[in-house]
Design a protein around this ligand. Structure first.
Ligand code: ATP
Ligand code: MG
Length: 650
């Protein structure tokens, strides 16, 4: 992959974990139970015997019938907990109903408008059962697909769990996607039933969800029924025989519904990846392994305890919400906050107000949100008492070290460790992540989770200990996806064919002298300047470390001489003015931080960068603009206006 700049990103700040947090942590207690003295020994022991580790973890869950074998690995196909009979919904609900957690809160839900709904485990269980019975009546059987197109309302997890309970496979489509995206996904999944809502409010504006579906329903031949939640009570056309109201179908249903005994390897859901890089892929996850992987990582990485209030501020339409708002916290019997609105509506204090109001103790969000708050300034979090916080988390993109520092200082009051978790829709669970016992470096996702064998490879397959390369995983893990729905060849080709029996993540990373991982971005985004591979994350982080810059995107522009030239687009903090002198200052700044080779040839000021609906910077679109090419499919873009703004900046 060419030469690498080892000098890039000289982060030297180290944050040691708090001793009390360490000694009380779930991971430390587990280590003590097994006579494991420290982090290195934990990694060694688990890597030496992954099946022992995961067997231990699986024993915390309820199996209708025990498994005979932990793992069968015929690369690239893994089966976990073979012949075990299991249901994830039983583990998320029933077993708590039979325990002291029956009347514990599972969800505290708050809408954009500030309405609050609370569900105990028992209440949630009953709602799930009623819908499960209604779905059965509609003819939904084990293995059938149900597409769910709901905003962040409690009916969303209820619908997912109802499907899981009866063995149906859910496919959630993010409610912020256009109807076309829904059509494409529901058609691909051949869903029989769609579950949606009349509409929802976004920044005070009514968005009619069911109406938009009406435009595409005819084009999904498999679709028989559409279940509609009365969320806003707006007017709609209901098509006779096809459309039914949720409230009506569950009305006379029993609050008991037997739980389907699934095979550990039976499919649980399909989730289409966000499409940052092309045609969405139907990532398929299963009941057993996924349940074990997702719950174990939440328990050890975020240290969830019974008294915690957990808030994962993602949308359930993404894998982060599937794993860490729905399944893992429920399996662990935790109390979660679920929030329907946007971070800065009605004002930029909204998130911090929620943390204060419910006493949130563990908070998980994305770098894009943190950078948004940096732009508004620390005056907003300062208004609220957030002393209940004990651990913070980040996911979705590399977190720029300066954003990490801001998060640490202004949200975590310098006392909360930040779990920068690297993982993907495909991985189902955190794969590279800190633990509460590990020292942290701002911008690094630290090391692989116990049992995970990560490596960095050059194009020829050599393992690198220095410089950047392909981030790969050498062994299977329980929550790994099993295939791409309907595209088994693409599963093999896209992920398992570059290097033998090795999972290709599609990201580029590098290791430092302490064995810490630094995710440098997507393979397609990495720059090649005069034979040097430069990561977008590093140049962007250097720009963000300048006081005037809150966010930036860096892309390459083909150059005859250098291979690629660096073009940077930056968003300035509210109190800064865009002027030519600042451009020079920023170039000098990058030169000082990284080196002359990384200094952008071009800098443009913009108000906003093109982002996916999950908040990730879409460099593909920026790159196309810089090269004056067609921008391609932009249906997953959250802010199409930003593309025109790029034109003006260029
Ligand atoms: P698509 O695969 O369709 O392009 P996507 O990759 O954005 O979509 P996800 O599976 O939600 O969909 O995101 C996974 C990707 O997000 C990772 O491959 C990585 O690029 C990035 N990512 C996630 N967490 C981190 C992290 N902590 N640090 C750096 N990058 C991260
Ligand atoms: Mg991806």
């Amino acid at each position: 992959m060419g030469k690498n700049l080892d000098a890039l990103l000289k982060e030297e700040r180290i944050f040691k974990p708090d001793e009390e947090l360490v000694s009380n942590s779930n991971i430390k207690q587990w280590m003590d139970m097994h006579g494991i003295k420290n982090y290195d020994e934990l990694l060694e022991k688990s890597a030496a015997n992954p099946e022992w580790f995961w067997d231990e973890m699986a024993r915390d869950l309820v199996w209708f019938e025990d498994y005979n074998e932990v793992l069968e690995w015929k690369a690239p196909h893994a089966s976990w907990f073979l012949d075990g009979k299991f249901n994830i919904a039983y583990n998320a609900l029933d077993r708590h109903i039979k325990s002291g957690r029956k009347n514990k809160l599972a969800y505290i839900w708050e809408s954009e408008k500030g309405e609050v709904r609370k569900f105990t485990y028992f209440e949630l269980y009953r709602e799930v059962n009623r819908l499960a019975n209604a779905l059965k009546k509609m003819g939904i059987k084990k293995g059938d697909r149900v597409s769910i197109y709901l905003p962040m309302i409690p009916e969303l997890p209820i619908a997912m769990l109802a499907c899981a309970r009866i063995g149906a496979v859910h496919s959630v489509v993010f409610s912020g996607f256009w109807a076309k995206a829904f059509q494409e996904r529901a058609k691909d999944a051949q869903s029989k039933v769609a579950i949606t809502a009349d509409g929802f409010y976004r920044r005070g504006k009514l968005l009619k969800l069911k109406d938009t579906l009406d435009e595409v329903m005819e084009h999904i031949p498999s679709l028989e029924k559409v279940v509609v939640v009365k969320n806003t009570h707006c007017d709609l056309d209901m098509k006779k025989g096809r459309d039914v109201y949720w409230e009506e179908v569950i009305q006379n249903e029993s609050m008991e519904c037997s739980c389907e005994e699934m095979d550990s390897e039976d499919p649980l859901f399909i989730l289409y990846t966000s499409g940052t890089t092309g045609k969405p892929k139907g990532v398929l996850h299963t009941h057993g392994g996924y349940a074990v992987g997702a719950s174990t990582t939440l328990k050890f990485v975020f240290d969830i305890k019974d008294q915690d209030i957990w808030w994962c501020a993602a949308d359930i339409g993404w894998i982060t919400g599937h794993s860490y708002i729905v399944y893992a916290p429920l399996i662990l019997g935790a109390t979660s906050v679920m929030f329907e609105g946007t971070p800065d509506y009605p004002d930029p204090g909204r998130f911090w107000e929620i943390i204060e109001k419910y006493g949130v103790s563990i908070f998980y969000t994305a770098p894009t949100t943190i950078r948004l708050f940096m732009k508004y300034g620390e005056k907003w979090p300062q208004k609220y008492n957030m002393n209940t916080l004990r651990i913070l988390g980040s996911v979705g993109e590399p977190i720029n070290p300066e954003a990490w520092m801001w998060y640490h200082q202004h949200i975590g009051n310098r006392k909360c460790p930040i779990m920068d978790t690297w993982w993907q829709t495909e991985t189902g669970m955190h794969l590279i992540t800190p633990l509460p016992i590990t020292p942290l470096k701002p911008g690094s996702a630290v090391k692989p989770f116990p049992t995970i064998k990560a490596e960095i490879k050059d194009d020829e397959g050599n393992t690198l200990t220095k410089g950047g390369g392909h981030l790969v995983i050498k062994n299977p893990w329980p929550a790994m996806f099993r295939t791409l729905f309907g595209e088994p060849e693409r599963y093999v080709e896209s992920y398992w064919s570059k290097f033998p029996d090795t999972y290709l993540s599609g990201d580029v990373a590098r290791l430092d002298q302490d064995g810490y991982y630094w995710i440098q971005g997507r393979e397609d985004d990495v720059l090649n300047v005069a034979g040097h591979r430069i990561s977008t994350a590093e140049v962007e982080s250097a720009l963000v470390s300048h006081p005037s810059v809150v966010e930036s995107a860096v892309v390459g522009k083909p150059d005859l001489l250098k291979g690629e030239e660096i073009s940077a687009f930056v968003v300035l903090g509210e109190e800064y003015q865009a002027d030519p002198q600042l451009k020079n200052e920023l170039r000098d700044h990058v030169r000082k931080e990284i080196g002359p080779i990384a200094s952008p040839s071009y800098i443009g000021f913009v108000d906003d960068l093109p982002k996916t609906r999950s908040g990730k910077i879409m460099r593909r679109v920026i790159k196309a603009k810089v090269k004056s090419e067609d921008v391609g499919d932009t249906s997953t873009l959250a802010n199409p206006e930003s593309v025109d703004a790029l034109d003006r900046a260029i």
